[in-house]
Design a protein around this ligand. Structure first.
Ligand code: RP5
Length: 176
């Protein structure tokens, strides 16, 4: 049974949160992915959300774009923590999705992640952080992940010093 269940409003959301999947795999967290929409398949979405706790799920990640009501609808059918991921759209980078997810009225909370590339990765890391409350292995992996990230910035500073800003910028442009 999966520790984390991910629900997407459309298959078009899949590539947009792919970092979520790779990070969960990197941490060795079990998860499953379901495509189900709050408006196109409301009954199956309700059934999926209301049975999640009985399936052994501990955290839900719900991604949707536009009038992104999926995370809120899912949260209304479960008391599990729901992390909402606003999918980037053509409207100001996904501001429509962000506002739909972030402004839940009092009583049914949804944790809102950023739109864009950081949304998927932060949802995965936040979900692992919730699981780490009762799983020391995940707490240790999160610590190592952050240490690796900090070390990467140290390497970038050394490179910046040795190359100088102009050459560094040129190399960034070349994708090196
Ligand atoms: C939302 O509508 C989905 O989450 C998706 O982000 C957006 C567009 O869906 P498609 O028209 O690509 O299926 O429900």
């Amino acid at each position: 049974m999966p520790e984390i269940a991910i629900i997407l409003g459309s298959d078009s959301d899949l590539p947009k949160i792919k970092d979520c999947f790779s990070i969960l795999e990197e941490f060795g967290v079990s998860f499953d992915i379901t495509i189900s929409s709050a408006h196109r398949t409301p009954e199956s979405t309700r059934e999926w959300a209301s049975s999640a706790r009985d399936r052994g799920v501990m955290v839900i990640i719900a991604a949707a774009g536009g009038a992104a009501h999926l995370p809120g609808v899912v949260a209304s059918h479960t008391t599990l923590p729901v992390l909402g991921v606003p999918i980037e759209t053509n409207i100001a980078g996904g501001l429509d999705s962000v506002l739909s997810i972030i402004q839940m009225p009092s009583g049914i909370p949804v944790a809102a992640m950023p739109a864009g590339k950081a949304g998927g990765s932060n949802a995965a890391l936040f979900a692992v952080s919730i699981l780490s409350v009762s799983n020391p292995d995940y707490a240790m992996k999160l610590k190592k992940y952050r240490e690796k990230m900090a070390a990467g910035i140290g390497v970038k500073n050394e490179k910046l010093k040795s190359l100088g800003h102009a050459e560094y910028i040129k190399k960034l442009g070349e994708g090196k």
